[in-house]
Each structure stands twice: as structure tokens, then as C-alpha cells.
Design a protein around this ligand. Sequence first.
Ligand SMILES: N[C@@H](CCC(=O)N[C@@H](CS)C(=O)NCC(=O)O)C(=O)O
Length: 212
Amino acid sequence: MITLYQRTDCPFCWKVRLSLAELGLGYTTIEVTLGEKPADLLRLTPTGSVPVLLDGSVVIWDSGVAVDYLDARYGLGSLIPRDPVRQAWVKCLHAYSDKCVGAALRPLVFETRSKPVEDRDQRIIETSALAWQESQAWLESHIEPQWMGGSALSSGECALAARCGVAEAYGVGVSDEFPKLYNWFKAVQWRPAWDAAYPTAFITANLPRGKG
Ligand SMILES: N[C@@H](CCC(=O)N[C@@H](CS)C(=O)NCC(=O)O)C(=O)O
């Protein structure tokens, strides 16, 4: 049985849910509130962060390792291509999404999430939105024709899709100035895995959600 300790709005957790859904794997979730981490979570991970994936007796406390594991055990290369060149590209996209896109969007998300409108520092929000715009330009010029080429999204695409979903929910969705990226994200949003993995926290908070 697979269990995921998570926060639904965490992009690392969202990436793992997308990977599980793309592989058609069933799982249960345990919701974690940051600041009130349960003792069983702290026993499972040295970092105290989510996601933590349990598969029987296997414990994985890093989202990238979790996705690699799911592919190796259940995906047979559908999330991570076996061809070394394609695999390197997918892993670079994964790293770019978590590191660069994550760093670009984080100030905007934190400033928006944690404060009422009147207390938000618009300079932080604008600088972050600009960094996200620059990330989109980088992605547009590096997008590969094999994106969406397989039967499942790759691990890199799962990572990027979660980041694009966060951006959209916070009012800075993928811009149609970047048509290849824009069309890729629209296609992702029509996949059954997208609905299956979409954060319930965003639905509850009625955050913006586009489709098609
Ligand atoms: N490198 C980790 C990062 C996970 C991460 O930063 N999770 C955040 C939520 S989005 C978290 O749990 N932060 C709280 C903490 O680390 O105490 C992974 O890929 O799993």
C-alpha cells in the first residue's frame, strides 16, 4: 500500500501526486500542517519536510527520489526515459522546475499567501513575477518536441506542471506570449492525472484555475 504524507498545495507533493496518477497507482494521503508536524512524520524523515512516500516498508523523504523510485518500480521508464540523453534532459527539466521556477515564484506565493492585500509588498510580488516571466522565456526556448511524447508525462513535466499550476493559482499563469509552453500546459490540464492530482487546498480556497 502506498501512503503519501503531504500538503496538497506543496509543489513537491503535487509533483509526486501527478507521477502516481500518471502511473495509475492508488494511494492514501495523510495531510500535514506545517508548524504542527506529527511525531510519526518526524520519525520517518530527517528533514521534517513533505512529501514523504511510504510503499510498504520503503520510506522515501525526498520528492525527486520518490519519483525516481516510482518509475523504477512501477513505471518501467514511462516517467524517466531509459535513453541516457533523453533521461538527462528530463532530469534537467525536473531540476530547473524545482530550483529555478521554484525560486522565481516563491516570494510571490509567500507574500500573497501570508498577508492581506493591503499589507503586501508590491515590489516583492513584481520582482518575483518578473523572474517567473524570465523562467518562462527560458522554458520557451528550451522546450523539446518530445514533451508529451510518451504515454505519460515525464518526471520533469510533472515537476514543471505543478509549478505552472501554482503560478496560475496565484494569478500569474503561463503567458500566451510563450506559445509552446502555453499550449503544453493547456494539454497537461486536459489529462486525467491533472484533475486527480489537483490540490484540494486550491479548490477550497477558490483560487484561479484555467483549463483548455
Ligand atoms: N527537497 C525536498 C523539498 C520539500 C519541501 O521543501 N517541502 C516543503 C513544503 S513545499 C516543506 O515541507 N517545508 C517545511 C519544512 O521543511 O519544514 C523534496 O523535494 O522533497
